[in-house]
Write a protein that binds this ligand. Structure first.
Ligand SMILES: CC(C)(COP(=O)(O)OP(=O)(O)OC[C@H]1O[C@@H](n2cnc3c(N)ncnc32)[C@H](O)[C@@H]1OP(=O)(O)O)[C@@H](O)C(=O)NCCC(=O)NCCS
Length: 265
């Protein structure tokens, strides 16, 4: 059950959204949502009773922020930007290691023990304890990344703001996303799954379980599946298209190859 404050805030955001309100009061309420997001006290998507649900009102608040806030000049030493969202600060107090030039926008929440190599994390995203976001990886707006994950170099985790009811990409706990993978369009990667280097997964990407000999529903990588990029024939047999192939379930060998060296943390 949401607290009375959250229930009231959700109702106000829905009203501001529907009425197209642009008052200072509206701006203050949107700002309050961003503060709660930034502190990790609310989240865009959460798992309750085994199912992920999207808090649409929070996504609405993030979108409203773009409408209601003017861009401002942001500075770090001699570097300068011009944007509507300030950068997140306070990594030391949060127990997060952020390597220069890791960039996190305010309204993203990073749990303690996360390592951010030079990477980008967008507003509304959430990164769980002990996860590493490796060099030049991007975590899109509202994407949810679980605990003890490795999001390898150059990975793209797609963001989603519109439509508001759209589910963000969700990477559950203990997932390994290999270098240069792209996961987009609300795909759910379940606990402990492994995506080998170069897997591209969207809502329409075909997924074939080679271990069990069957096609799987698109948009969901099953728990502990070890996936590699492959091809599957098109319906008329004239060509093949890129697909995800589940080769096996995670085993000790996979664990050894995907373990992060503790020294790197
Ligand atoms: C997925 C991975 C961890 C291998 O896991 P594994 O459990 O050791 O896999 P195996 O070697 O037992 O291979 C199982 C099957 O998958 C295939 N396979 C494994 N990795 C593959 C890859 N990257 N591409 C295509 N096929 C692959 C193997 O050929 C084998 O196929 P077979 O059963 O037909 O012989 C490894 O390929 C990988 O992608 N590592 C990540 C590297 C990386 O991104 N590092 C981070 C840098 S920042």
């Amino acid at each position: 059950m949401p607290s009375p404050e959250l229930a009231g805030l959700a109702a106000s955001i829905d009203r501001i959204w529907d009425a197209g309100e642009t008052s200072d009061h509206a701006r203050a309420l949107v700002e309050r949502v961003l503060t709660l997001l930034d502190r990790g006290e609310i989240r865009v998507a959460e798992k309750t009773g085994g199912t992920w649900t999207v808090n649409e009102w929070i996504k609405k608040a993030v979108l409203l922020h773009f409408r209601l806030s003017p861009a401002q000049t942001l500075r770090a030493g001699d570097l300068e930007w011009h944007d509507k969202i300030p950068l997140k600060t306070g990594f030391e107090a949060a127990g997060v290691r952020a390597v220069p030039v890791a960039t996190v926008r305010r309204g993203a929440f990073i749990e303690p023990g996360v390592v951010l190599m030079p990477s980008f994390v967008n507003i509304g995203a959430r990164i769980g304890e002990g996860t590493m976001i490796d060099t030049w990886a991007t975590v899109g707006s509202c994407a949810q990344v679980g605990r003890r994950c490795h999001v390898s170099g150059g990975v793209g985790i797609g963001g989603v703001l519109e439509p508001v009811q759209a589910r963000p990409v969700i990477i559950e706990d203990d997932v390994f996303v290999g270098a240069r993978c792209e996961v987009a369009e609300g795909v759910l990667v379940e606990e402990g799954a492994v995506l080998a280097m170069g897997c591209f997964v969207g809502a329409s990407t075909k997924i074939f379980d080679a271990e069990r000999g069957c096609a799987l529903e698109p948009g969901r990588i099953p728990a502990r599946a070890v996936c590699v990029p492959g091809t599957l024939p098109a319906g008329d047999g004239t060509h093949g298209t890129c697909a995800i192939i589940v080769k096996k379930r995670r085993d000790a060998k996979t664990d050894a190859r995907t373990a992060l060296n503790e020294l790197l943390r």
